[in-house]
Design a protein around this ligand. Structure first.
Ligand code: ADP
Ligand code: MG
Length: 431
C-alpha cells in the first residue's frame, strides 16, 4: 500500500494551511474534494488533523495544539461486533449526521471567517481564529476533528440530505416500524431549512412525504395504505396543534402510548397540498415577543406521519399495521448546551428550554445504557417516547454554521452530536 501523498494533495495541504492563516474559506482550486484524507484516516486522527493544517517542520507536540473532543475512538469503522449487533433487531444505533450550511451574504460582508471544513463527506475539522497570539507563538492552528456517519458540506443538496438520512426510515414506516429524525443546532444554523426548506428547495419533511406517496403508489396492489399527518409544537411546555391552532392540547396515556387529545389528523392524498400546509403550520409557530417576525427559536415543531396499512391474508382475515415517522425541528440549542448530568441539573430552573434539556438527559441515559430513560420529564420526550429508544430508528442531524462568530455554538453542537453517536439502542425499559 503506497501512502506517499500525491503532489496535488500536497499542494492542497499547503493551500489549506495558507488559507487558514488568512482566514479564507477553504477551497481546493480544482473544485475536487480531496481524496488524500481517505488514505490518511486509517491512521491516528490527531496526527491526521496535524498533517492537514500543520507544518511538519515545526517541532511542537501535536497534542499541545490539537484537542480531540471525540469521545469514542473517532473513526466509526464498522466492526464485526457492529455487524452482529445490526442483525439483532432489538439493537440499533442512532445515526448521527452533520450538515454545514453555506456562509450567508451578511456574514461574508461582516468579516466572518469560515471555521469549519468538511472533507470526505465524513470528517469535520473545526478551527478557531480567535487566538491569534497562540497561533503566532505556536505557528499552528488549533484544530478539532470529528467524524460522523456522514457529514454534509455546504454544497450538499436537500435531496442528498433527505436520501442519506431519512430515505430508509420511510421504507421502515411502511413496514410498520417507528422512526424519528431530529434537527439539532443553534438558532440560524439551518434546522428549519433542512426540515421544511423553501418552495424551490423543499426539505426533509416534504421530500419524505413525496417519497412515501411514491412508495405507497408502487404498493397499491398489495393492500390499502392510509397516510395521516399531524403537525404540532411544544413551546414553554405547552403543546399546540399547528394545523388547527386553538387551545393547548393535553397529553394522555392510552393503550397506544402517549396521545395529544384532539390533535388534528390530516388525511393526506398528495404531495402538492403538503408544502402549503406545512408552511401555513409554520406560520402558526409561536413567535417570541422580542423578535416579532422571527419564528421562535424556543419552540419545537414535530411533524408526525402515520401510515396505516390494511390487507387480507389468504384466509381473508384483515391484517393491519401502523408505522409512525416523527420529523422534528428542535428549538435552538444555544441555551442548553450541556452534555453531562451535573451541568444539566444545574441548568434546570434557569431560563432554558426544559424539553431540550430533557431530550439531552434521555440521550445521556441511553448513552450510559441506563435501564430507566426519563421520558416523563418533559412534553417533548413524552411525545417522542415511542420514537426514541427501543427498536425504532433514530436519526440526528446536527446543523452548524461555518462562521467563526458561531465557533462556540458549533463546537458545542459537534460535541453534543459526538455524544449522541455513542448510543446503542437496546430494548430499554420505557417509563
Ligand atoms: P434555524 O432554523 O436553525 O434557526 P434556518 O433554517 O432558519 O436556521 O437558517 C438560517 C438562514 O440560513 C435562513 O435564511 C436559511 O434560508 C439559510 N440556510 C440555512 N441552511 C441553508 C442551506 N443549506 N443552503 C442555503 N441556505 C441555508
Ligand atoms: Mg428555525
Amino acid at each position: 500500500h503506497n501512502h506517499s501523498p500525491k503532489p496535488e494533495d500536497l499542494r492542497f495541504k499547503a493551500q489549506l494551511l495558507d488559507s487558514c492563516k488568512k482566514g479564507d474559506d477553504f477551497h481546493r482550486q480544482d473544485g475536487k474534494d480531496s481524496n488524500f484524507v481517505e488514505e490518511d484516516t486509517k491512521e491516528n486522527n490527531v496526527a491526521e488533523a496535524d498533517r492537514i493544517f500543520g507544518v511538519n517542520s515545526v517541532p511542537v507536540k501535536p497534542s499541545a495544539v490539537i484537542r480531540k473532543l471525540s469521545m469514542g475512538n473517532g473513526a466509526r469503522n464498522v466492526t464485526e461486533a457492529d455487524k452482529i449487533e445490526s442483525l439483532d433487531a432489538s439493537v440499533s444505533r442512532i445515526l448521527v449526521f452533520v450538515r454545514l450550511r453555506p456562509m450567508g451574504k451578511k456574514e461574508k460582508e461582516n468579516g466572518s471567517r469560515c471555521c469549519v471544513k468538511i472533507l470526505n463527506k465524513r470528517d469535520v475539522y473545526l478551527t478557531e481564529f480567535t487566538n491569534e497570539n497562540d497561533y503566532l507563538r505556536l505557528k499552528r492552528l488549533r484544530v478539532r476533528h470529528f467524524t460522523f456517519d456522514s457529514s454534509f458540506p455546504e454544497t450538499t443538496t436537500q435531496h442528498e440530505v433527505y436520501s442519506t438520512t431519512t430515505g430508509d426510515l420511510v421504507g421502515a414506516v411502511l413496514e410498520g416500524r417507528n422512526g424519528s429524525v431530529f434537527c439539532y443546532g443553534a438558532t440560524g444554523a439551518g434546522k428549519t431549512y433542512t426540515m421544511l426548506g423553501t418552495m424551490d428547495n423543499p426539505g426533509v419533511m416534504v421530500l419524505a412525504i413525496k417519497d412515501l406517496f411514491a412508495k405507497v403508489r408502487q404498493r397499491s396492489l398489495d393492500g390499502n395504505h392510509v397516510v395521516h399527518l399531524s403537525y404540532l409544537e411544544v413551546y414553554n411546555e405547552t403543546v399546540r396543534d399547528l394545523l388547527s391552532p386553538g387551545r393547548p392540547l393535553i397529553l394522555r396515556e392510552d393503550k397506544q402510548g402517549i396521545v395529544a387529545a384532539g390533535l388534528t389528523q390530516y388525511r393526506a392524498y398528495s404531495t402538492d397540498e403538503v408544502m402549503a400546509l406545512l408552511q401555513r403550520g409554520n406560520q402558526n409557530r409561536t413567535t417570541e415577543p422580542t423578535r416579532c417576525n422571527e419564528t421562535s427559536s424556543r419552540s419545537h415543531a414535530i411533524l408526525q406521519v402515520i401510515v396505516e396499512y390494511k390487507t387480507r391474508d389468504a384466509s381473508m382475515n384483515i391484517i393491519s399495521r401502523v408505522g409512525k415517522l416523527s420529523l422534528i425541528d428542535l428549538a435552538g440549542s444555544e441555551r442548553a448546551l450541556a452534555t453531562d448530568q451535573r451541568t444539566l441539573r444545574s441548568l434546570e430552573g434557569a431560563n432554558i428550554n426544559k424539553s431540550l434539556l430533557a431530550l439531552s438527559s434521555c440521550i445521556n441515559a441511553l448513552v450510559e445504557g441506563k435501564k430507566h430513560i426519563p421520558y416523563r420529564n418533559s412534553k417533548l420526550t413524552q411525545l417522542l417516547k415511542d420514537s426514541l429508544g427501543g427498536s425504532c430508528n433514530t436519526v440526528m442531524i446536527a446543523n452548524i454554521s461555518p462562521s467563526s462568530r458561531s465557533f462556540g455554538e458549533t463546537q458545542n453542537t459537534l460535541h453534543w452530536a459526538d455524544r449522541a453517536k455513542e448510543i446503542r439502542l437496546k430494548e430499554c425499559e420505557v417509563n
